[in-house]
Write a protein that binds this ligand. Structure first.
Ligand code: VTB
Ligand code: MG
Ligand code: MG
Length: 329
């Protein structure tokens, strides 16, 4: 078999391997749902995800991870993971929605993305201003430098709907007061989410989610993960790093983000071939949460590839009696 054909097969299979990794993280995190300890939930997800990667045939480098090497014991930026195989870069958020999980709220998930080496923006753990709309709209229809009102008007025009038909999604944060006010002033509707802007951004490209536009600032690493997902399902996302101090700006520069005002597109954040996988921890509009059964658990995941654009939803029925160690510490 020619080399290209071999690598194609590896790629395809890899997508399903990635689901095993997010499933493991989700099952581990789910044991902490509602127990008020977000760090324990996060730690369990990180640990399970790290171990699950040990059996994936990749030579991976974590580029979006749990922090710097000196502050995160596992899945830190620069960590090498995998059994050996194609050289790839990995972006992870083993538990996107740690507080949600601790409170038993909706829409927490385990998530990761994979790209060819050098494919991801090396985003530091700072805020990123984000604006996202779904597929099928003219490029550049919304822009971070336009006012909220202008963006909403353009969007309503393109979608041939009223401003009051639009549904905006943003994180429920004090820093978004002006955005929320501006949306309401033109009569648009808003869904305020407590956490979880990876899912919030992805929702713009899922017609059934009913979200027309995502606005506001959230984690930059989460921006890169959302960009990877949009590479697969379409949609526009613009992101700009936000720095609270000189140190953050210097760190970003060190990581390669040299222009502090740059507006990154989906392609700037996730280039080349990418894959994205997520497993629900708690139930939300995107995925069902982990459901414990008498002998194991049922998981609900999505996995997609930029190359084919195929999105697969995978329901996993796990039997802890046969495979107890994979998911329990
Ligand atoms: C968002 C959200 C995450 O961080 O990125 C948010 O999607 C941004 O930070 O789930 P603040 O909480 O400080 O607003 C999370 O809440 C946690 O990673
Ligand atoms: Mg995290
Ligand atoms: Mg997160």
């Amino acid at each position: 078999m020619a080399d290209a054909a071999i690598s194609k097969l590896v790629d395809r299979n890899l997508a399903l391997e990635l689901v095993r990794v997010t499933e493991a993280a989700a099952i581990a995190a789910a044991r902490w749902i509602g127990r008020g300890d977000k760090n324990a939930a996060d730690g369990a997800a990180v640990d399970a995800m790290r171990r699950a990667f040990d059996s994936v045939a990749i030579t991976g480098t974590v580029v979006i991870g749990e922090g710097e090497m000196d502050e995160a014991p596992m899945l830190y930026i620069g960590e090498k993971i995998g059994l050996g195989g194609p050289v790839v870069d990995i972006a992870v958020d083993p538990l996107e929605g740690t507080s949600i999980t601790a409170k038993g709220g909706p829409n927490a998930m385990a998530t990761l993305a994979l790209a060819e080496e050098g494919g991801f923006l090396h985003a530091p753990d700072v805020y990123m201003d984000k604006i996202a709309v779904g597929p099928g709209l003219p490029a550049g229809i919304v822009d971070l430098d336009a006012s909220v009102e202008e963006n909403l008007r353009e969007l309503a025009r393109a979608k041939k709907c009223e401003l009051s038909d639009l549904m905006v999604c943003t994180l429920d944060r004090d820093r978004h007061k002006a955005i929320i006010k501006a949306c309401r002033a033109v009569g648009a509707r808003i869904t305020l989410i407590p956490d979880g802007d990876v899912a919030g951004v992805i929702a713009v490209s899922q017609p059934e989610a009913g979200i027309d536009i995502y606005l506001g600032s959230g984690g930059a690493p989460e921006g890169v993960l959302a960009a990877a997902a949009l590479r697969c399902i379409g949609g526009q996302l613009q992101g700009r790093l936000l720095f609270e101090n000189e140190e953050q700006a210097a760190r970003a520069k060190e990581m390669g983000a040299t222009d502090p005002n740059r507006k990154y597109t989906v392609e700037d954040m996730a280039r080349g071939e990418v894959m994205f996988a997520a497993t629900g921890v708690t139930t939300g509009p995107m995925l069902r949460g982990v459901h414990r059964t008498y002998s194991g658990a049922i998981t609900h995941s999505m996995v997609m590839r930029s190359k084919s654009g195929t999105v697969r939803y995978v329901e996993g029925h796990h039997n802890f009696e046969r495979k107890p160690l994979a998911f329990r510490s």
